[in-house]
Design a protein around this ligand. Structure first.
Ligand SMILES: Nc1ncnc2c1ncn2[C@@H]1O[C@H](COP(=O)(O)OP(=O)(O)OP(=O)(O)O)[C@@H](O)[C@H]1O
Length: 239
């Protein structure tokens, strides 16, 4: 049976000010466990704003984000932070690794913050993650000794550290060369194929093409959904 990992219900994000601005304007979306979804759309259409709501990095003005069956809109800030830490992993366009930390120590950060595993277990997991991403020999290097693609792979290892249900990535290949872009595509695809849920904002049609579904956003609303459902190519235009 299909299991929903992430759900948005009538999601709205408004910025109030002298002129109020609606960044996300009534989005309903359900993402299945193990699904790879790409969010596409023109610049300024609200893709990142939507992604931040889905990853609990921002709170909606209206509506609900449900993560693994748990509604989050009424959680306290500290409970939201706990859900974010344990259920969501983040990859951004720029890696945001701590420059004074080695690759391994960067990967250990979310595990240390969650405080669930013993030190030896965390180190073993951190090294295994780095190894799985082809970075075994770079575990003790700092970010400035790594290439852009290697840094982004460390950032992906960090995102996977707490075995999150959902990986949220905002333009993860936006700052990478072609070869590193291809590696990151394959890694994200594999993550979804192994059962974690991946939601990626991208301008890159080649990355979007690897996704199971593409959600096209215009003016903060879903304009079109394309992808494969039950083996059939489906295309739904939303008015
Ligand atoms: N905190 C904020 N206050 C005011 N306006 C904002 C804020 N955050 C985003 N915006 C504006 O809301 C709109 C949507 O931004 P968002 O970053 O979500 O778009 P995007 O589709 O991800 O764009 P891009 O592809 O260029 O990254 C943009 O016009 C942006 O300038």
């Amino acid at each position: 049976m299909t299991e929903v990992a992430l759900q948005a219900v009538e999601l709205v994000r408004r910025i109030e000010g002298a002129v109020s601005h609606t960044l996300v304007n009534g989005i309903d979306l359900a993402v299945n466990k193990g699904e790879f979804v790409a969010i596409t759309g023109p610049s300024g259409s609200g893709k990142s704003s939507l992604l931040y709501l889905l990853g609990l990095l921002d709170a909606p003005s209206e509506g609900e984000v449900i993560i693994c069956g748990q509604p989050t809109s009424k959680l306290s800030e500290s409970d939201r932070a706990d859900v974010r830490l344990t259920k969501c992993g983040f990859v951004f366009q720029f890696h945001f690794l701590l420059p004074e930390f080695t690759s391994l120590d960067n990967v250990l950060l979310p595990m240390r913050a969650a405080g669930i595993m013993a030190e030896a277990e965390m180190r073993e997991r951190g090294l295994a993650l780095l190894d799985s991403l082809g970075l075994a020999e770079h575990a003790n290097k700092r970010p400035n000794a790594l290439s852009g693609g290697q840094r982004q792979r460390v950032a992906i290892a960090r995102a996977l550290a707490n075995r999150p249900e959902i990986i949220v990535a905002d333009e993860p290949t936006g700052a990478l060369d072609t070869a590193s872009t291809e590696q990151v595509f394959s890694i994200l695809r594999n993550i979804a194929d192994q059962g974690q849920t991946v939601v990626v904002v991208t301008h890159d049609p080649a990355l979007a093409a690897r996704a199971d579904r593409r959600i096209h956003i215009v003016d903060g609303k879903i304009a079109e959904i394309t992808g494969r459902g039950g083996g059939e190519l489906v295309c739904e235009t939303v008015s």
